[in-house]
Design a protein around this ligand. Sequence first.
Ligand SMILES: Nc1ncnc2c1ncn2[C@@H]1O[C@H](COP(=O)(O)OP(=O)(O)OP(=O)(O)O)[C@@H](O)[C@H]1O
Length: 441
Amino acid sequence: MTSPYPPRRRSGSDYSRTPGRVPPSPGYASSELSTSTISERQNPVVAAARSFTGMFAACFAPPESDNSRSLGDSEEFKSSSTASNGSRAGSRAGSQRGRNSNGGMNISSYNIVQRKEPGIVKFTMEEIFQVTRNFSPSFKIGQGGFGAVYKAKLLDGTVVAVKRAKKSLYEKHLGVEFQSEIQTLSKVEHLNLVKLYGYLDQGDERIIVVEYVPNGTLREHLDCIHGSVLDLAARLDVAIDVAHAITYLHMYIDHPIIHRDIKSSNILLTENFRAKVADFGFARQAADSDSGMTHVSTQVKGTAGYLDPEYLKTYQLTEKSDVYSFGVLLVELVTGRRPIEPKFELKERITAKWAMKRFMEDDAISVLDPRLDQTAANTLALHKILELALQCLAPRRQNRPSMKRCAEILWSIRKDFREQLSASNFRSFSTSSQRSSSLRE
Ligand SMILES: Nc1ncnc2c1ncn2[C@@H]1O[C@H](COP(=O)(O)OP(=O)(O)OP(=O)(O)O)[C@@H](O)[C@H]1O
């Protein structure tokens, strides 16, 4: 099949290997972990660091309440939300620093709170207060490990999410990490990545202003908290969007990035159910393969249930750690379960381990999300997705496919899925027309 990607920028053999079938990991890494992050368990300072570098990441944070979302979705935002979603380039007014003589805000100073492209806006506290109406609780749309999230509208109509770090987590030395995260984010731009608009790093305030993505997180949709079931076609599209985003990070930027916190609560959905990967708090520049490096050695960060066992053991980080997390995400997509389900009996507690075991025993259908129909198309796709997940979850990183390969495999799964769907539709159409013609006779 033709690759959807341009030629890669980097050299190195890591990506070219064709994946082979491998037995599931005996440990699945996270089975003994609580739902806290590894870094938090290891070191309380790192726990604080996580909250800065892991801007959006808290493990298994309960979904935000309907209450907070409906408040954030107040009338004020409705028209502009659509505008911003529909045309990202719709309003590109420049940033003007308007201020009255005594340094306060005046009417025209609203102009300062505009998005400036290209480049990242360095916001002032006054600007942030202005767009969030002094962090009004009615603008609050969520709460994560990093802090509170507010929905706000810039003067040019751009609707943004304003993420304010918890003050209790502030430590001076973390300013460096915050800045390096901003630097990382400012270098990436992809349809399937949440875009950074600006930030504030002043005194004890750390604030990040990013693209607002209106349709909740993937986890919320798998939990059906928005009222409807995400069908398998939509789940496949999400998997492909995420694979594209990570492939871009791994292969198509000058200094490849490892995301390190791929999980369903970090995947936001648009109104059209396009997925956007958020939260670069743990992102790390990958080893430079051109200079012969195969990995970076670093403290383990990430979320329990999604962590690569080899990285956990060796502290060696490579792009394949994201591939492992992506494997966990694939299992989550087809089962609907969270990676760790503490309330289930022991053998079902680690979802990936349970699902892979069932798959190896030729009983894949028993892990299909009960909210999905057991149609021929769903069953076929389920098998193929689990097969790919098995490869991604290989205990040794060299046996895992590259993200680019994952995307290609998913493309072919989606193609077969669609063909199967239209074949079934055709079959049921011919059966029903045969039935009605025999009734007429
Ligand atoms: N860019 C965004 N657009 C729209 N809503 C967002 C955006 N970012 C965050 N949110 C909302 O705010 C909530 C909290 O986000 P945040 O990223 O801080 O935490 P989280 O991902 O839920 O948990 P954690 O950061 O601890 O992993 C999210 O669940 C989501 O509903």
